[in-house]
Design a protein around this ligand. Structure first.
Ligand code: UDP
Ligand code: MG
Length: 340
C-alpha cells in the first residue's frame, strides 16, 4: 500500500497568544479523526508578533512533533506569512487557514475528502457572512463592485483563503515573483477548477481582528492594482471628458464675451473647471503613482519577508538556499517570552 499523503496545515498568526492554545487543541482533535489516512505537519507562522505568540507556538511545538514554527522578523502581513508557510511546507496537500477559529478546523475532513476527486483546489465558501462594523461592510461592498468592473479576472467574493491546494498549485504560487501578493486573487488567476465546501464563519471569541480599516484599504489596492490595468486607462477617459467639456465652455465663454457684458457665471465656470481639472489630473497622477510604486518595489527585489526563526533549522541560514524569496539573518533562537 502507498504511503499516506503528507498534509501541511499552514497557519499565519499575528498577536494570537490567547486563541492559539485553543486552536491547537481543536485542530488536533479534528486531525485525530483522519490520522489513519494522512500524515500531518502543522506550520505556525508568527508574523512578527510582539506579544507571547511565538513562545506559545514554541511550547506547542515542544509537545507536538508535527508542529514546525516559523517566525518573521517583523510584521510583514498575512500574505507574506502565508507565502513563508507555503515555501517551507513539504506536504503533498496544503491547507491554509486562520488561527482565530473563524476558519473552523472541523471542515478539514471535508476538504480532504473532496481532494480525492481529480482537482487541485478545494476552496471554502462563506455563507451569510458580513465583516463586523458598518465601515468594513460598506468598504467591502464598494471594493468588490469596483473590482468586478475593473479586474481582468473574476474573484468570487465569498471564497476565503481557507483552502486546500495540491503541491502542483503550491509550487506555481511559490514561483510567482509578485511583491504585492493577494493569495485569493492569485488562486483565481491560476484558473484551476475547484470544488467548494460551504461554511459559516464564527464570530471571533478570543483576541480581535488584526486588520484595521487602513490595512483593508491597502489590501484592496493591492488586489485592484495587481489584477487590473484598467485604472490606468481611466486617466485617458477622464482627460477626454474634461477636454470635451472644457472646449464647450471655451466656445460658450467666447460667445458670451462677444454678445453680452455680464460675466458672473464665467467666474463660476473658472472656479469649477479648475477644481474639476485639478482633481482629475491629481487622480491620474495618483493612479500612475500606484503602478509606478509597485514597479519600483518589484525591481528593488527585496524579499517579501525575513525569517528570524525556524524550529526545524539548527542552522537557520541554510533555509536561504531553498528559495530566492527567503532571507534569514538571525541564527540564534529568539528569547522566550513569558506566556501571559
Ligand atoms: N494575520 C497575520 N498577519 C497580520 C494580520 C493577520 O498573520 O498582519 C493573521 C491573524 O493572526 C489570523 C489571520 O491572519 O490568523 C486573519 O486575521 P484576522 O482574524 O485579524 O482577520 P479577519 O478575520 O478579521 O479578516
Ligand atoms: Mg479572523
Amino acid at each position: 500500500m502507498a504511503d499516506p499523503l503528507l498534509v501541511s496545515i499552514i497557519c499565519p498568526a499575528f498577536r494570537e497568544q490567547e486563541v492559539l492554545p485553543h486552536f491547537h487543541i481543536e485542530l488536533s482533535r479534528v486531525l485525530a479523526t483522519v490520522a489513519t489516512q494522512y500524515h500531518f505537519e502543522i506550520i505556525y507562522v508568527d508574523d512578527g508578533s510582539r506579544d507571547a505568540t511565538l513562545s506559545v507556538m514554541r511550547k506547542i511545538a515542544r509537545d507536538d512533533s508535527r508542529v514546525r514554527v516559523l517566525s518573521l522578523a517583523r510584521n510583514f502581513g498575512k500574505e507574506a506569512a502565508l507565502q513563508a508557510g507555503l515555501e517551507h511546507a513539504q506536504g503533498d496537500l496544503l491547507i491554509t487557514m486562520d488561527t482565530d477559529l473563524q476558519h473552523p478546523p472541523e471542515l478539514i475532513p471535508s476538504l480532504l475528502e473532496k481532494a480525492k476527486e481529480p482537482v487541485d483546489l478545494v476552496v471554502t465558501v462563506r455563507q451569510d457572512y458580513q465583516k463586523p462594523g458598518l465601515l468594513n461592510q460598506v468598504g467591502t461592498q464598494i471594493f468588490y463592485r469596483i473590482l468586478d468592473s475593473l479586474s481582468e479576472i473574476q474573484i468570487r467574493r465569498e471564497t476565503s483563503d481557507y483552502l486546500l491546494m495540491t503541491r502542483k498549485v503550491a509550487d506555481l504560487l511559490i514561483q510567482m515573483p509578485e511583491k504585492h501578493r493577494f493569495m485569493k486573487g492569485l488562486i483565481h488567476w491560476l484558473g484551476f477548477a475547484y470544488l467548494e465546501v460551504p461554511f459559516r464563519p464564527k464570530e471571533r471569541t478570543l483576541g480581535e481582528t488584526k486588520f484595521s480599516f487602513g490595512q483593508l484599504i491597502r489590501l484592496g489596492k493591492d488586489c485592484l492594482f495587481s489584477f487590473s490595468k484598467k485604472p490606468l486607462t481611466l486617466a485617458t477617459t477622464f482627460g477626454s471628458i474634461a477636454l470635451g467639456v472644457g472646449l464647450i465652455w471655451a466656445v460658450a465663454g467666447l460667445v458670451q464675451m462677444l454678445f453680452s457684458s455680464g460675466g458672473s457665471w464665467m467666474a463660476y465656470y473658472m472656479i469649477v473647471s479648475s477644481h474639476v481639472l485639478a482633481g482629475a489630473v491629481l487622480l491620474a497622477i495618483g493612479i500612475l503613482g500606484e503602478y509606478l510604486g509597485r514597479i519600483w518595489e518589484q525591481v528593488r527585489c527585496r524579499p517579501n519577508y525575513l525569517l528570524k526563526y525556524d524550529s526545524r533549522q539548527a542552522e537557520p541560514h541554510h533555509a536561504a538556499h531553498q528559495s530566492p524569496h527567503i532571507k534569514v539573518f538571525q541564527a540564534s533562537a529568539p528569547a522566550e517570552q513569558e506566556i501571559a
